[in-house]
Design a protein around this ligand. Sequence first.
Ligand SMILES: [Zn+2]
Length: 423
Amino acid sequence: MGGRTPCGDPVADLALVNALELVTCGGQGETADEELGVIEDGALLVEGGRVSWVGSTKELKGKSFGRAKRTVDARGCLVTPGFVDPHTHLAFAGSREDELERKTTGETYRSILDSGGGILRTIQETRAASAATIAEESGGRVAQLLGNGVTTVEVKSGYGQRLADELKMLEAVGRLKKASDVEIIPTFMGLHAKPPEFRTTREYVDYAVRQMLPAVSVARTRPLFSDCFCETGIFSREECSKYLKASGASGLLLKMHADEFAESGGASLAAELGCVSADHLGRAGSEGIGEMARRGVAAVLLPGTSLYSSIPYADARGIIEAGCHVALGTDLSPNSWIESPQMVMSLACNGMKMTPAQALLGFTRNGARAVARKDLGFLGVGSSADFVVHSLPGYRYLPYRVGGRYVQRVFKRGKEVHSVQED
Ligand SMILES: [Zn+2]
């Protein structure tokens, strides 16, 4: 915690000054631009890992409390909250780079899955790997995300699909948690794909509810969320309903993969069950979206997956107009191996016509909503001091100039966890 000077003024642990543009994502108002809360020549103070003051550098200099043990000069730079990536499958073994090649010859996500590839192949490879191997391979992906400004990431299990392997995946996620500066939020994805040893999805759902959920919900790395793949031909609305109700009874918060390839009633089920978020929504109907908005279910959109699976983008503008909070995620997985929030923001703007302000809120304030965290995704008094210094002149560059290295420094709870030395 910060100390005090002999005159009694508090001394902060850290002061950040001279940000060309400090985007707090903590503004008030109806529009995304107002919610961004942009401060020119911005500054902030950190005490005990939390933001204790936000304003302009000029204001800070005029105040006696502007002293700090350490000062970070963000001259010429954009500063944003640390990105919150609310949807990933980054814990896995192996890879599927050859499937991208198959897709270029006309195969689809579904035809590859039906031939035993896709998720089924990753299940095979992940079952064959140890927790240590999964953690090691996945650690490289977490490091890439950190280098791209991610300070919090949700990570799903779901490539085990039998008790011992799901527990092993959660153990791998636990190892990642310990080893990484990025905050990791674990999710148990009990219904991802029917494994080959079960004849019907019904039998498998029964197994997931009776055998897996009770054990997983008291596992050493206890998941915060439970998730399922509600989709025509994958798991039905009824099966997902049964599974999610049992998950809720086990004390887990709820998420859903909903209406990605076809309208299967996922969005309305998410609303009915009070899910924290419903994700994908490429084919969700307006009725289901309206119910989600009324129940405060966050919509997590994943345009990178539309790119990799050649499926339509979600109707982001319609979902925003309906009143849902729209978050964005990388959906980092062996299908869509994307480690760049900036690339996803660019797809969101170019493909779904979200504004740059809406896209940035998707990876900050609304990303935090999608993982049920009130202390993340914005920079304001009391928020976690998670922030990123970008060598870009303003937030509009985030979805506009992509593919290079613009993240200069990353702070998590006020501690510098990543930096790039400039020549
Ligand atoms: Zn997913």
